[in-house]
Design a protein around this ligand. Structure first.
Ligand code: FDA
Length: 302
């Protein structure tokens, strides 16, 4: 299982395959988990989800950005997404990755790109979530958040439960809207739990802590056992529904998404779109080898 995971994580980091995939549109089953290659298609998907009482966080996919022009282009695209969300009056906010906006090129340049985005979103009263990437980007991402949160209150980030120090980080961001996830990258045993049961346990600890002490918790998992546990926890501790939401990725566990929304829980679907879908899709295959079925179905349904 772990070999398969490493294999797909390796593929997700292959820049040649990544740039080749961009040229050919959504392939290999990616179309069932990526909401199109352009904003019009994404808005259509968001509207459909909104009609079921589900809000969305929108990711204009992009990674492996090593040139300033590409990062500037990514920034313009995200500004356009903010405009499109506002104009179409859909219930959605933004998720983005700092490397897409130049974190691997120059910290100040990335910060200024992010500031422009958060500023525009702020004018429309729209939240911006800074997704968390691998460990090498963790500290600079927190630094960006620290700076921007002194200027704006519509920004938050992600805490990854596989890190040993996740609870300390979470405590630092008590007054933030925080998304809790298990963690999608390959990290070393010195800094991160490798065992699924330990990661799950930490995910629950972090979520319970933030539900009791934090501002707003986005519980991002497809794991029904954890979701059921949290449902019991909020009931027992009288935590009101407006203090948290469940989040899942577009295209995964659709019935469960609809069920949670129909039960009256706040629900938010992470809607990725764009032609830079390859790395995102490979990480989904790494997380859950059963997702390979998506590829198989696509290949055999031709
Ligand atoms: P996991 O893969 O651990 O599965 C647990 C159990 O849930 C399975 O054994 C199965 O029973 C059930 N299950 C899971 N998927 C299923 C499916 N498709 N169908 C049926 N049953 C299923 N990571 C990161 O590092 N940085 C980030 O910023 C984000 N952002 C993010 C946003 C959102 C909205 C989500 C949902 C996830 C992320 N992630 C992330 C990814 C996250 O770290 C993690 O890798 C994945 O969510 C996989 O872990 P799960 O908890 O979802 O289920």
């Amino acid at each position: 299982m772990s070999m398969l995971k490493d294999f797909f994580i390796g593929l997700s980091q292959n820049q040649l395959l990544n740039s080749t995939a961009k040229k050919y549109g959504l392939k290999m089953g990616a179309q069932s988990v990526v909401a199109g290659t352009n904003i019009e298609e994404a808005i259509k998907s968001i509207r459909e989800l909104n009609n079921h009482g589900i809000s969305c966080t929108v990711d204009n996919l992009g990674e492996f950005v090593y040139k300033k022009e590409e990062a500037a282009d990514a920034k313009e695209k995200i500004l356009n997404v903010i405009e499109a969300i506002h104009k179409n009056n859909v219930d959605a906010h933004i998720s983005l990755k700092p490397t897409q906006l130049g974190l691997d090129i120059d910290y100040d340049f990335c910060l200024s790109n992010l500031r422009e985005i958060v500023d525009k979103a702020n004018r429309y009263d729209m939240f911006v979530n800074i997704d968390m990437e691998d460990f090498t980007h963790l500290e600079p991402t927190f630094q960006i958040l620290d700076v921007l949160s002194m200027e704006y209150d519509n920004v938050g980030t992600v805490i990854q439960a596989y890190f040993h120090h996740a609870l300390e980080d979470l405590k630092k961001y008590e007054n933030f809207r925080i998304r809790i996830v298990k963690g999608a990258y390959k990290e070393s045993p010195e800094i991160a739990y490798q065992d699924k049961s330990e990661i799950d346990k930490n995910f629950i600890n972090l979520t319970e802590w933030h539900l009791l002490n934090g501002k707003f918790t986005s519980i991002a998992t497809h794991d029904h056992r954890i979701i059921n546990h949290i449902k019991e926890f909020v009931k027992k501790n009288n935590i009101p529904n407006d203090k948290f939401e469940f989040q899942m990725l577009y295209g995964f566990r659709k019935e469960l998404q609809l069920k949670l929304a129909s039960e009256g829980y706040n629900f938010c679907t992470y809607v990725p779109f764009g032609d830079d879908w390859y790395g995102y899709f490979m990480r989904r295959l790494a997380e859950r080898p059963q997702n390979v079925n998506l590829v198989a179905k696509q290949v055999f349904n031709k």
